[in-house]
Design a protein around this ligand. Structure first.
Ligand SMILES: [Zn+2]
Length: 106
C-alpha cells in the first residue's frame, strides 16, 4: 500500500515538478482524518468536497489513504474492511466478525 503514491512523488521530483510533489507530500496536513477514513472506504464523493488539483486522481488519493491506515486498524483478509478487533490467522489478519463466521461454519 502507498506504493503508487510514493512512485508518483518520485516521478514528479525527477521531472522537476517540485510544486506538485510538495502538494502530494502536504496531503498529510491538508486532509482531515475524517476524510481519510472516507477515502479508505472508497467513498468517491470526497473528491467533490476536497479542493484538489485536477491531476490528483482518485487512484492516487486512495493509495495515499491506504498507506495511512492507523496502526491499530488492519485490513481483514476476508471481508477486506479495516477493522481494529481481530486475530492473526495463518499469518493473515481476520476480523472478529469473520472469525466468528468461520467458527460457525466448522
Ligand atoms: Zn472481516
Amino acid at each position: 500500500m502507498g506504493e503508487a503514491f510514493e512512485q508518483k512523488v518520485l516521478e514528479l521530483t525527477k521531472h522537476g515538478e517540485m510544486k506538485k510533489a510538495a502538494c502530494l507530500k502536504s496531503l498529510d496536513n491538508t486532509i482531515l482524518p475524517s476524510y481519510v477514513k472516507r477515502i479508505q472506504q472508497n467513498d468517491r464523493s470526497v473528491m467533490k468536497e476536497l479542493i484538489l488539483p485536477k491531476w490528483v486522481t482518485w487512484e492516487l488519493l486512495f493509495d495515499w489513504a491506504a498507506s495511512k491506515e492507523s496502526a491499530s486498524a488492519k485490513r481483514c483478509a476476508l471481508c477486506e474492511e479495516l477493522q481494529e478487533v481481530g486475530i492473526d490467522f495463518n499469518n493473515k489478519f481476520v476480523c472478529d466478525q469473520c472469525f466468528l463466521k468461520m467458527k460457525n461454519m466448522q
